[in-house]
Design a protein around this ligand. Sequence first.
Ligand code: FRU
Length: 465
Amino acid sequence: MNKTKDIDEKVSYRPEYHIAPVKGWMNDPNGLVFFKGYYHVFFQYYPHKPEWGPMHWGHKRSKDLIHWEELPVALAPGNVEDEDGVFSGSAIVKDEKLWLVYTGHHYYDKKDKNKFWQNQNLAYSEYGISFRKYEYNPIISGPPMDSTHHFRDPKIWRHDDKFYIVLGNQTQNLNGRALRYSSDDMFHWRLDGTLAQSRCTKIEGNMWECPDFFAINNKFILLCSPMGIENQEHKFKNLFQTGYFVGKYNYKNNVFRDSSDFLELDSGHDFYAAQTMLAPDGRRILFAWASMWESEFKEQREGWAGMMCLPRNLIEKNNHLYMQPISEMNNLRTKLLNRGKLVSGTILSRNLSAAEVSFTIKKSLSFTIILNDNRQHRILTLHYNNEKNVFTLSHVDHKDDDRYVKINSSDYLKLDFFIDKSSVEIFIQNGEAVFTERYYASPLGISILANHKINGEFVTYALGM
Ligand code: FRU
């Protein structure tokens, strides 16, 4: 066995500071909530194999959003109301108890995975560790007449002493939509109607998964993960998208109006099914699955698959959502790498496989940043075109499938890379744009090079780890 191969085999893709399953499969974040001193993150989980299977809810909690404690599986399928899967949903605190609302998944015939029906259910817990399913489940037994069987992913919240749910749905003429339900007691629900619906399938999708609805700065945001949007030249390049509409909203008549176009939230290859929560200090914090359906999960060889992106603080400016790494990330910093004019970096873990690297670059320059592994093999490049204000990201595992984002013009550019064992998140201009990427290479000894031309000559700044 040669030395290089030897290194490869020892590399573990397990993240140091991101949420990932100890074993088994993970997809959507579910039930994000702060309860009795802990942030809770639940997630779509199949414990028995690192691949999608009958869905459970996995569970972790944390006091600081960085160090996570593994807890027992919160929900497993198998009751009459959720026979074939406990699908995505959300959480709420009521009467000192933690309540989960989730979709029950059912096949008509277990051999045909395309024929299913879905309902909505509750579970509760006193301490937030073990959960009991509500005895009068389901709380919403099926979709309205004008819809298909796609009827899932309830997001619950409270407003003026009433409870609300937005639910992902598909109309019979194949448009994605979000339905609103309301309740006075959280147990008896009525359908209020459509909160928003796809205006054109090609650009807004045919099924909206994982809707979330909230206000920031008096603007209302409908976050969702549509399926069926068609690729455009520089937009909507992933298999499915996660993004948002910004608009105005009237609770009384359930009208979401003056809504923006559907705007993609993250420009990377690996980002889906985002959900938010309100932190006790008022921040709107978002998690998403840092992966994409049908992509290759090389960590499966280690018995696990899928991970979350870093928790991000959502900020609204001029009808645009910024995603910023939460300030708690600063507590992970252990050692300053170097502080040049251009580049500074911080090691985020003792064994050098996790780092935060920041660049501040004069906007008048076009430049390329290259992320290499320890053998100087390219993992990804990020090119900035200063005339067009466009970033292009090329990834070794996604040949001829670059990702793009255009930013507002400004004098200086700030880039922050958060590198973990098999993920990189690049925050541009304090979260105006973000690329979330998985990668599979030896991260030991990553080097970052930034090239740009000064007086006709290429100047390279390098940072080695
Ligand atoms: C989104 C999703 C949800 C569903 C869950 C199943 O990724 O398809 O709509 O509830 O995953 O695991």
